[in-house]
Design a protein around this ligand. Structure first.
Ligand code: KMH
Ligand code: ZN
Length: 284
């Protein structure tokens, strides 16, 4: 079993300051939390940009500032969202791909999302995959429903995505696939041999599904995008606290934590020029 890759989902598009007062908003705050999550064991940070008033934005310049700030202070893999918020246009959603990050998310199907619809028509999916392929950005396929795996595999057959594939099973969004170990295990059995996978359990399901992934050889995403609580009714202090808990549990049961460099190897990321190497960040 490989080391555990922990992704910290720092912001999301839906959580508000009213719900979680420690939600980072400015690029400076987001970068600071990215550093804390890295120090706690995260190898990837999944980021949604926010405007100063807290509303979600897919603005290129805001993502640029976040990316530069994060990469200046720690070596984590920067993974922006192309999901954005449900009301963002296709063009807006693809903006952060133009920054040539190592990875970006790509949802491969339309799904109910609470009272909203998270719309991902096939044309958008193919456009996003093509852009990522042109720019050497590895997609993380966001799987909210089983059929989205078939759509991701169709991209491979069309030559718009290449193995090794990486999936994130997002389970427990109201209206989408429920968060259960049975569903997780079915999804894991449905992806090609050699693919890697992460699970994001929404809300109170975050930790239970993380435990399953640790045991099954998958990887784990935690953070305020998915869950704002440490325990029932007790808000977490930061996403880093949630990362630290997973790292602690994994080590306790003999699963070591992947550094960003090791995560790049496990995910088969192509090396990109980075101003700061991991060694430099660690003071070497
Ligand atoms: N905010 C959701 C509507 C992603 O980041 O790629 C979509 C989402 C997926 O969060
Ligand atoms: Zn997201």
């Amino acid at each position: 079993m490989s080391e555990l890759i922990i992704t910290a989902a720092l912001t999301g598009a839906e959580v508000t300051k009213e719900q979680q007062p420690n939600l980072p908003i400015s690029p400076e705050e987001i970068a600071q939390v990215a550093l804390e999550c890295y120090e706690a064991g995260a190898a990837i940070v999944h980021v949604h940009a926010r405007l100063p008033d807290g509303s979600p934005t897919q603005d290129l310049q805001v993502y640029r500032e976040i990316k530069e700030r994060v990469e200046a202070i720690c070596p984590v893999i920067f993974q922006p969202s192309t999901g954005g918020a449900v009301w963002h246009s296709a063009e807006e959603r693809l903006q952060p791909v133009l920054l040539d990050p190592e990875m970006a998310t790509l949802s491969t199907g339309t799904v109910n999302f609470g009272r909203d619809v998270f719309s991902n028509p096939q044309d958008f999916v193919e456009e996003a995959a093509r852009l990522m392929q042109e720019r050497g950005v590895k997609p993380e396929f966001e799987i909210f429903e089983t059929g989205m795996i078939a759509s991701a595999l169709y991209l491979v057959r069309q030559g718009l995505a290449a193995e090794p594939l990486h999936f994130n099973f997002v389970l427990g969004v109201p209206g989408a696939m429920p968060a259960s170990v049975r569903n997780l295990s079915f999804l894991v059995d449905s992806i090609p041999r050699g693919a890697t996978w992460t699970v994001s359990g929404i809300g109170r399901h975050e930790t239970t599904l993380a435990l399953a992934a640790i045991a099954m050889g998958g990887h784990v995403r935690v953070g305020f995008e998915d869950n704002i609580y440490l325990h029932r009714g007790v808000l977490a202090e930061s996403s880093a606290q949630l990362v630290a808990r997973i790292a602690r549990i994994a080590r306790e049961v003999g699963r070591e934590i992947a550094s960003p460099a090791r995560a790049r190897e496990i995910l088969g990321l192509r090396p990109k020029t980075r101003e700061m190497t991991e060694k430099k960040a660690e003071g070497g």
